[in-house]
Design a protein around this ligand. Structure first.
Ligand SMILES: NC(N)=O
Length: 675
């Protein structure tokens, strides 16, 4: 009898087979885009920024996809398994609010540096080389930690379910992704995000309906309530009201919540992937995209973990349910074990595909993000300031390939030193948290003090490490190792010290010694000298006869962007409108923060309420309804907003079928069009 539920071939089939299938699919989409729309990835602007033309639905889908890590599915389920229903809430809410608050930074980005390629360009132009290098450390460290968690979570699950070699999984997972990112760039990444997110929601809804509707082992919220009540009678949860899994009164759940909030501030604010989506977005709809993306994303960890994480507890003792060790839980395996116990090989295969899609789409976001940092902030800034368009594009491509290898290596190193995805997840705020406030202040506040923010980031980093190690040593009789340092209080101390010291030093120094920055230099970053045709280069290669045959409507646009020209861009960069958008982002994101982090969970925590059957049913119903709304937002809405582009592309393809070349996109010779 094999040790794993699926054969090794299934692991290779998913990782290599689906990987290559998606690469081929994305390469085809990129070719269609280049032929039938105004946008070609042969331009470096298009490669890294999707020509800043993408509409909110697709950006929201890209945010959901980039923010859906292996941990989003696995760690959320692991905390549900450990702490009960509070785990999914704290995971979901504690990582949604950062995306919502990021809407404010996105609005300021469009206002203060609308043509920047990376957030580090803004730091460098405002505060110079030292700040640029210090924050580059935080930026790249964020990317490496996030990528490592993706690879660790993905490979642990593939190995657990199929027995596939972890080493092979570490390197093969980023390989397929690197292929389509190199070919298609940012727009291809967003289109891939969309397709992955669509399948992801389909699989998540399948699990939800299995657990809460059709499964003969659970099949309803009432049965889930009964099984969880039995489970807490056998093994009460320490620190939970009545030892129950069905209460928000969970001390360790709350500690995880705080750690989660801090770590995720770091990984949103310092990850170029989220800045890049703001950069790729049309200025007028950036805020909307982040608010929609954040709210849509919440349903993924919350409902998925309320489903499979709790199912893993409910099914304890079921003959088909794997017995989970603490190491298995730390590796994020409860969800996979529950899926296999509920649906056998089909469940295991579904979770494998789900994980693979989540990991690859988040990985694609990381690849293009790091490629942009290495291209613009290392190569163009320090190595070749006069780089040509072609050189920039070549370096961008090489950086994607290089970083794909680095991802594999980083995952492998952490695997061999015994650091799991769960450990890394709670650790990320310790070393990254200190940069959060300084970076936010740099982009949003004219009074932010340069040395205060640099000093805050460094002091917070040191304070975080010291607090983490001292707490570990104090609570564990001087024993500091991977196991002792991964405890709740140890990580909490490090996270709080890091973000707290960074924020206090940066803010106080800025209040005492305020800068008076006018944003002129950041607004000038990369400001374009308008070219009336993005496709000049390509058109040169067209034959004359083909040119005469061009009939596609001029402003064909793209699946992702529709038409968007220079004049429209200038209009959308109107400071009055962007200031209004910033205010809207501030009110709505702070309001939602208060609801998600204070008004809903804290009264439930302090009341010691243990959910009744109808209470749990209502809780689950909210999760299911939210999941449907999310699916509509990131699956149907992008199709609706791109309906004209899709129609024109279809028309172009149709024309080509009857008269080759007649459907190809041609730029409008009239001066108003920049497409
Ligand atoms: N993206 C997260 N924190 O799941």
């Amino acid at each position: 009898m094999p040790d794993t539920i699926l054969p090794q071939g299934a692991g290779y089939g998913v990782v290599v087979g689906i990987g290559l299938f998606f690469s081929a699919f994305m390469i085809s989409l990129t070719a269609i885009q280049a032929r039938y729309t105004a946008f070609s990835p042969k331009s470096s602007e298009e490669f890294t920024s999707a020509s800043r033309s993408v509409k909110p639905g697709l950006i929201a889908s890209g945010i959901v996809s980039a923010w859906t890590w292996a941990a989003t599915l696995l760690q959320s389920s692991a905390v549900a398994y450990k702490f009960g229903i509070s785990g999914p809430w704290w995971y979901g809410a504690g990582a949604t609010v950062q995306i919502l608050l990021f809407a404010m930074l996105a609005a300021k980005l469009k206002l203060n540096a609308p043509y920047a390629h990376t957030w580090l360009e803004i730091v460098g132009v405002r505060w110079g080389k030292t700040a640029h290098l210090v924050f580059m450390f935080f930026g790249l460290a964020t990317n490496i930690i996030v990528s490592s968690m993706l690879i660790l979570g993905g490979s642990a699950t593939v190995t657990d379910l199929t027995g596939m070699s972890t080493i092979a999984a570490c390197f093969l997972i980023p390989l397929g992704v690197a292929i389509y990112v190199v070919v298609g760039g940012m727009r291809s990444t967003l289109l891939c995000d969309y397709t992955h997110t669509t399948v992801l929601f389909a699989i998540i809804l399948t699990f939800i309906f299995t657990v809460y509707s059709t499964s003969d082992k659970i099949g309803s919220p009432a049965k889930m309530h009964e099984l969880l009540t039995n489970a807490s009678a056998v093994t009460p949860v320490p620190g939970n009201a009545q030892g129950s899994y069905i209460t928000m009164r969970s001390k360790n759940g709350l500690i995880f919540g705080v750690i989660n909030i801090i770590g995720n501030f770091a990984t949103v604010f310092q990850d170029q992937a989220y800045w890049q989506r703001a950069i790729a977005s049309r200025p007028a709809s950036t805020v909307k995209a982040y608010l929609l993306g954040g709210l849509a994303w919440f349903a993924i960890p919350f409902t998925f973990a309320t489903t499979l994480g709790l199912a893993a507890v409910a099914l304890r003792g079921d003959p088909a349910m794997k017995v989970l060790s603490p190491a298995d839980v730390s590796a994020g395996l409860p969800a996979a074990a529950a899926a296999a116990a509920l649906l056998g090989k089909a469940g295991a295969a579904a979770i494998l595909v789900l994980l693979f899609l989540a990991v690859t789409s988040a990985c694609s976001a990381e690849l293009i993000a790091v490629s942009s940092l290495l291209t613009y902030d290392v190569y163009k800034t320090y190595i070749n300031p006069n780089a040509t368009e072609q050189q920039i594009l070549n370096v961008g491509h090489a950086a994607v390939a290089l970083y794909a290898v680095v991802c594999g290596l980083a995952g492998l190193i952490f695997f061999y030193i015994g650091v799991s995805m769960g450990w890394l997840y709670t650790f990320m705020g310790v070393i990254l948290g200190s940069g959060v406030a300084p970076i936010a202040l740099c982009i949003t506040w004219s009074k932010a003090n340069k040395w205060g923010c640099i000093g805050g980031a460094i002091a917070g980093f040191v304070a975080g490490i010291v607090a983490w190690l001292v707490t570990t040593s104090t609570l564990n009789n001087g024993v500091i190792n991977v196991v002792t340092s991964g405890g709740d209080y140890e990580m909490l101390a490090g996270n709080l010290a890091s973000i707290g010291v960074g924020a206090i030093v940066a803010t106080l120094s800025s209040i005492i010694w305020p800068d008076n920055y006018d944003w002129e230099s950041t607004r000038a970053i990369n400001k374009p000298v308008r070219d009336t045709s993005r496709r000049t280069e390509e058109l040169k290669t067209d034959s004359d006869s083909e040119k005469k045959e061009h009939e596609v409507v001029t402003k064909a646009g793209s699946v992702a962007g529709d038409s968007f020209d220079a004049a429209e861009e200038e209009d959308e960069l109107d400071p009055v409108a962007l200031n209004k958008a910033f205010k809207f982002a501030s009110y709505s994101s702070v309001g939602l923060f208060i609801v998600l982090i204070i008004l809903v969970p804290l009264p439930l925590f302090f009341s010691h309420y243990v959910y009744t059957t109808s209470g749990l049913t209502g809780w689950v119903a909210v999760g299911i309804a939210w999941t449907f709304c999310s699916a509509i937002t990131v699956v149907l809405y992008p199709l609706y907003e791109s309906r004209h582009a899709l129609f024109l592309i279809s028309k172009g393809i149709f024309k080509d079928l009857f008269a080759r070349g007649s459907g190809k996109y041609v730029a409008d010779p009239r001066p108003t069009s920049a497409a």
